[in-house]
Write a protein that binds this ligand. Structure first.
Ligand code: 0O2
Length: 233
């Protein structure tokens, strides 16, 4: 396999003479600290993604079933981080960033069935280098908008040179149906020049429930087809 290397900010170069001379010393130090933080979260994101891929592979090998349909990941961009810290009125320093913002490294895992979500979470919780910091079950308790997903933040133990760091990674688990709803609703909310009308909001909530019922029914069919435990009639 050929790994394509992305051009990354290089801390060694940054310590040399490559930064624009117009930066003050304070700005340069901030920039260096930011890239240090960003790279640590990137390592954690990669490690967690590998764990998820391995679990999917394990389930395929042992149970002939892939629980994960696909995985997306991202590092939160600096603008969104600043927006969140301002909105939540957190102190504007790196200590506060590390302590308060759990979704700098974010992974979205889209599963085939609802049971797959809980199975993967269960398997992750058994891993000794992971600790759950926070979890919100928006599948059983959807948001008022109708949004459904399971949000969980794990802190992952990372061995970096001679130090061990615990870095938080947020994972959003959803089914394909929940992902479809969230993606369209996000776009509708973002694109609608006026705010969504009460009628549209109500309909979106209703469609979220409809899709949840489809998810439950698809799961029953899956169990029936594989284990033969579901009576369709
Ligand atoms: P991104 O890039 O998707 O992460 P906050 O982060 O402060 O807004 P909190 O309490 O930390 O809120 O997290 P919350 O509300 O549990 O989850 C926030 C994320 O969940 C959002 O991330 C969305 O991805 C998703 N989300 C939450 N509510 C809704 C909703 O009603 N509709 C849709 N489509 N998605 C939702 P961000 O912040 O949008 O950015």
């Amino acid at each position: 396999m050929i790994l394509q290397k992305t051009e990354r900010i290089n801390l060694v170069k940054l310590n040399g003479k490559t930064t624009p001379t117009s930066f003050t010393k304070e700005q340069e130090d901030l920039l260096k600290e930011y890239y240090k933080v960003e790279s640590e979260y990137r390592y954690a994101l990669r490690e967690m993604s590998a764990k998820l891929e391995n679990l999917d592979d394990y389930c395929q090998s042992n149970f002939d079933h892939n629980p994960i349909h696909h995985i997306e990941s991202r590092i939160k961009n600096p603008e969104s981080i600043l927006e969140k810290m301002t909105r939540r009125e957190y102190d504007m320093d790196f200590e506060s960033l590390r302590k308060n913002v759990y979704d700098i490294a974010g992974i979205r895992v889209v599963c085939n069935y609802i049971n797959d979500i809980y199975q993967i979470i269960n398997l992750l919780q058994k891993q000794k280098d992971l600790n759950v910091i926070l979890e919100k079950d928006y599948i059983v308790n959807p948001k008022d908008t109708g949004y459904r997903s399971f949000h969980i933040v794990f802190s992952i133990e990372m061995y970096l040179n001679d130090e061990v760091k615990n870095i938080p990674v947020e994972i959003q688990f959803r089914t394909l149906a929940m992902d479809m709803w969230a993606s369209l609703e996000h776009e509708l909310r973002y694109k609608s020049s006026n705010n969504l009308s009460e009628k549209d909001k109500k309909n979106l909530r209703r469609y979220s429930d409809d899709l949840y019922n489809v998810d439950l029914n698809m799961q029953r069919v899956y169990i029936s087809a594989i284990v033969g435990e579901y009576d369709n009639d």
